[in-house]
Ligand binder design. Sequence first.
Ligand code: MIC
Ligand code: SF4
Length: 652
Amino acid sequence: MAKTLTQKILEGHLVAGAYEPGSEIGIRIDQTLTQDATGTMASLQFEAMGVDRVKTDRSVSFIDHNTVQIGFENADDHRYLQGVAARYGVYLSRAGNGICHQVHLERFGRPGTTLLGSDSHTPTGGGIGQISIGAGGLDVALAMAGESFYLTCPNVICINLTGRLQPWVSAKDVILKVLEIFGTKGNVGCVFEYGGPGVRTLTVPERATIANMGAECGVTTSLFPSDDETRKFLRAQGREGDWEKLAADTDAPYAKVVTIDLSELVPLAATPHSPGNIATVKELEGLEVHQVCVGSCTNSSYRDLMVVAKTLKGKKVHPGVSFILAPGSRQVVDMLARNGALADLIETGVRLEENACGFCIGNSQSPQTDAVSLRTSNRNFLARSGTKSANVYLVSPETAAAAVITGRITDPRDLGIPYPEVAMPDVFIIDDSMMVPPSDDPGGVEIFRGPNIGAPPTSDPLPGAVAGVVTIKVGDNITTDHIIPAGAKMKYRSNIPAYSEFLFEVVDPEFYNRARGVRDSGRDNIIVGGLSYGQGSSREHAALCPMYMGVKTVIARSFERIHTANLINFGIVPLTFKNKDDYDSIQQGDSLEIPNIREKIGAGEPLIVRNTTRGNEFEVEYDLSERAREIVLAGGVLSLIRDKKRRRGIDE
Ligand code: MIC
Ligand code: SF4
């Protein structure tokens, strides 16, 4: 029977379940990546598992998010990560080496293998034909310990590309078109598999841009075939030996096929405050721009920065614009430095950031009040830039460069200059000296632990009944940036009591005090959410901090994939309304009771919620595999592991 490429790779890695879309499967993970903001907690969790050495083919710990280092906390975390990496067999990409997804693609990504990363943009690796999935840190720590990764066997959607991109239109416009078609919700459990004659016309970094931002649609991952273009890229990275030809079978069965004619695409933008709000650049033309930021794991490759450098050569930054550049990797900036493009950019008036996430996560370069900021990154959620009143538009490097010159949103096709074609280099500059290999003497490694690092909190088993208060009721499309902000607050990622104080800060600054009051009075905190609750990042702190505050359940109209897994991993029960209108009957502050929740979930029986404030009741549903039920009943994965260890100790 003909197979999709997704099926071929997943089947080759199957360790539990059968390849039937919609059912739970367990897969073997070949490679993992973590980044410092999620990796510090993941490393603490890995240490708590008591495993001596990672069991993967390759695990890499990247330091790329918290590189601003105001205060000692980030630097302490970096040193801790370096020790853990040396001790347990992990490669460490030092601060300054670049953004995890860009560097992993350059140096480690391998067609036909599986990669699990504690970052939602891990699917960037799909650009090279690798099944690359974002997950919470705890799931990645488990994979590092040799455990399978569990996911819903996906429905594979084919995005059939035809034609060829026109000048000034690029990969970002392709994925913005995909976002226009599919939106940011309703795609849970799907994979986008790209195919068709248009694929050949796209380089690996362009494919990676498209795969990267599939995360904004909420799909499990995005995947490109591995072809001659992939081979060329790997050869230029000195890794041709990692190449393997991979493609779907002709007539592979797809859940759906959507065709995009690349020749018809025009420059697009995602308007505030969602990557799913798509407009053409022409529609926005003329809007005054205050800041332009080029970089992030979506658009910071050699190709992207060369397009910007060539467009801006000999020009000056418009006086009303602050122009920021954060290169994706040390390799990229080295290439630009040696071919003169960096000098051209400096002459233009660029403000250079470190090779890191930089502006993208809002811990630097927050724009002015009410600013219009054009960014080549992937998320424009409210307040993510660090300035709540700012309006962030997501655009291609071409459209970003045009605004640097004109100071206004400008269709780059109207610049009146020839389109700068950028050829992919035959050879990239390869210098892995900022990639520290694991120690030859792991027993001799001393791991540094600064005062900001605490043990990962665990929770008690799920109680017999939940009796609590709706501490917050939120609407649709609540992202993890709403639940727990990143930016400057990220330095508390390894200090859960301190980080928890920022829960829901963007939506309701009083949440923390209310939740603390409820918890301290011995009652449970309950969160009520709308559609697509938990969009965006993989940050498990959006579940871990609520767990710490005594949240026992989130009742929502629907959930996104990674966040659901994180809630389960930390013993919080994700429940959905059976009748979607019941959402409207609840108000913040209502008292809810779920009698016999433990018994009912254990038996897989329906659950009734009593609203004792309003005097009504309603049914809720849960979609938990047997494995997930066991985790939730134990109070989370770490509690389950602890219980199992204890039981083994008693048996022995
Ligand atoms: C993001 O882009 O939102 C982040 C910061 O990279 C997150 C991870 C994190 O919160 O540390 C992600 O995408 O998973
Ligand atoms: Fe870093 Fe931004 Fe990419 Fe997240 S989206 S990994 S913060 S560059």
